[in-house]
Design a protein around this ligand. Structure first.
Ligand code: SF4
Length: 624
């Protein structure tokens, strides 16, 4: 028998309705096709979630998984993924979290945990070196994320146990609730609500087993070298600034992002009040995920004014940009506190910021008033009303009941012109990267597997220096940022790279300290012994992206769902990208379909699926 390297080939399935655990095996052939992480999760979601499944029903399936890099010393391997049908978008949902959970999850002897059904009452799952228990969580229900992690450790009498959990927002089924491992959040697509719908408060693991790898000595040496290189490169970069690196000089000044006033854009005169230097002023330390030489997470503390006082984690770039820049709240202490509240409630800061800015614009336009908002007057730049909105959303109080269902649902409820001012695709709010500043991002957002996303297609990073020369993704000169020529190719390759990284599973931010695609391929070969080259990895990566698209097609996605928000066709009045709009959009979208081997309705063809080795999966195509 061929030895299996990098993975156990074992997945734990926990059925909360039947209170039963089973173990299933994964053959090496499937791992070679899909690697692990989101690749294997996609196969499970395709085959086990019914097309008409209610994302918050017991028929939805939650996959918490690892890839071939977990359990090794590879830098950036302290990550885990979660996937399910998203309650926010109704399509494929996934997210990648960090913290200290991943090595122990892999160390249990399972590559992933698949959760099915629904418990009768609040529970948490405890996997101790391969032994599984479903334990009562009634006394923990209602607690914040940080309280929950401490409560689970205390219940198990072991501070070293690793935990991921939901906060009160996940329990209340807020459709953009996230999953926390303490400081590494799986934020996007609302999978915290899927846990809540299953009465699953937390998953705790302890695992010390280590998988075999093909070349242990070479892998250890290479991991050490890379860790040293990444650490040194990060000293004046991400280790110093976290993900805030380059916010003002890059995203605002050079790229001309137009987040101000809910994406109406233009220069934000107060950007210096919430920029990277301001975050440094409230930072008391860097916090790394496991196996990370970069340590992008921040430990921050605010002591005054008292109303914004907190001691916690973040804020990340996305948090500052979405809760501050988008809403014009130019106060880093307030923004830090807002991020902290989101973390403790367990809600995604990107969608929350988007929802607050949308509410401010609706209020400004007179489409909602304070009587519907419990007396709150959400005006631009007002942190205190924004904080009230966070409380309302997370607890579904007053108008929070409407906002907690996501941006599309809220716009539908408010009516008037609300649908014209939301900035999302497939229900997932845009992150803080502007397609008007680099046109391939428009195609990426329109076609992204989980909706509009900068991390399931990293196009927005390309003008800042991200590149994959082996796949023809190169840093453009300034004028070439504003052309649809080649946009389809760049979007497709940036999406495929994200599929690759999230199947390995490796932190995408390693790139910013000098990790290259070539390094990733080399590391994969040292782990697995598969001897892959860039071309073979390109095929695997495209296969994973295409499989996720097939899932979305099964959930009803078609060309009509691959759109750009109306605001993106409105030029900004000022800034580096003033006057620019990503056109011709439709032609570039059709070019993207052609490149992908999808038909004009955005459906992968049977021939394309077969050419990618997805012959069996092609059976899930809709009838012509
Ligand atoms: S760069 Fe940041 S998110 Fe990535 S592994 Fe390191 S600490 Fe975690």
């Amino acid at each position: 028998m061929v030895p299996l390297y990098g993975c156990w080939g074992r997945i734990l399935e926990v059925d909360l309705s039947k209170k039963r655990e089973t173990v299933r095996s994964v053959e090496e052939g499937l791992l070679r096709k899909l690697l692990g992480g989101v690749g294997i999760a996609a196969k499970i979601i395709l085959e086990e979630v019914p097309a008409d499944a209610d994302p918050l029903g017991p028929e939805n399936v939650l996959v918490v998984g690892t890839g071939p890099f977990q359990g090794t010393a590879i830098p950036g391997s302290g990550k885990w993924i979660v996937a399910a049908k998203s309650p926010l978008t109704g399509i494929w949902g996934d997210s990648c979290g960090g913290g200290d959970f991943a090595p122990d999850l892999k160390g249990t002897g399972f590559d992933a945990i698949v959760v099915k059904g629904k418990a009768d009452s609040p529970v948490y799952i405890w996997v101790n070196e391969g032994e599984v228990q479903i334990r009562d969580a009634s006394s923990i229900w209602g607690k914040s994320t940080s309280e929950t992690i401490e409560a689970v450790k205390s219940d198990l009498g072991d501070k070293a146990v690793k935990v991921v959990c939901i906060g009160p927002a996940g329990e209340k089924l807020v459709r953009f609730a996230c999953i926390s491992s303490g400081f590494g959040f799986a934020g996007r697509t609302g999978l915290g609500a899927v846990m809540g719908s299953k009465n699953l408060k937390a998953i705790a693991v302890r695992g010390t087993k280590r998988v075999d790898v093909a070349e242990p000595d070479k892998l250890a040496e290479r991991s050490r070298e890379l860790s040293r290189r990444l650490y040194e490169n990060s000293l004046e970069g991400m280790r110093k600034y976290g993900t805030m690196l380059g916010m003002q000089a890059g995203q605002h000044d050079d790229r001309g992002y137009g987040l101000k006033h809910n994406w109406d854009g233009g220069v934000f005169e107060e950007i210096s009040k919430i920029n990277e230097e301001r975050v440094r002023e409230i930072t008391v330390g860097e916090v790394p995920c496991s196996n990370c030489p970069v340590a992008c997470h921040r430990h921050t503390r605010v002591t005054e004014p008292e109303k914004y006082a907190y001691d916690g984690h973040g804020p990340e770039y996305e948090t500052v940009a979405m809760l501050g820049w988008l809403t014009m709240i130019a106060d880093i202490k307030a923004v830090g506190y807002m991020g902290h509240l989101c973390n403790e409630y367990g809600i995604d800061t990107i969608s929350t910021g988007s929802m607050i800015a949308f509410t401010m614009e609706c209020y400004e336009k007179g489409w909602i008033d304070e009587t519907r908002l419990g007396g709150v007057k959400p005006v631009w730049g007002d942190a205190d009303s924004a904080i009230e909105l966070i409380h309302m959303i997370a607890s579904r109080r007053d108008f929070g009941e409407v906002l907690a269902n996501g941006i599309r649902s809220a716009a539908e409820f408010i009516g008037r012109g609300a649908k014209e001012i939301i900035v999302e695709c497939k229900g997932l709010d845009y992150p803080a990267h502007d397609p008007r500043s680099y046109y391939p991002t428009a195609i990426n957002y329109a076609t992204g597997v989980r909706g509009a996303c900068h991390q399931r297609g990293v196009t927005a990073w390309v003008p800042g220096g991200f590149n994959i020369p082996e796949w023809g993704v190169l840093v453009p000169n300034r004028e070439d940022r504003y052309t649809m020529k080649n946009a389809a190719h760049i979007a497709a390759k940036c999406q495929d790279w994200a599929s690759f990284s999230n199947s390995l599973v490796q932190c995408e931010f390693m790139f910013w300290s000098g990790l290259t695609f070539r390094d990733q391929v080399e590391l994969l070969n040292l782990v697995t012994g598969w001897g892959l080259d860039a071309e073979a990895v390109a095929e695997i990566s495209e296969r994973i992206t295409t499989l996720q698209r097939l899932i979305n097609v099964r959930f009803g996605v078609r060309r009509k769902d691959d759109y750009l928000s109306p605001k993106m066709f409105k030029p900004q009045p000022s800034g580096a990208s003033a006057g620019k709009v990503p056109q011709p959009f439709e032609e570039a979208l059709l070019e993207y379909y052609r490149l992908r081997g999808w038909d004009e309705n955005g459906i992968p063809t049977k021939e394309k699926l077969e050419s990618l080795g997805l012959t069996q999966e092609a059976g899930y195509l809709p009838n012509p």
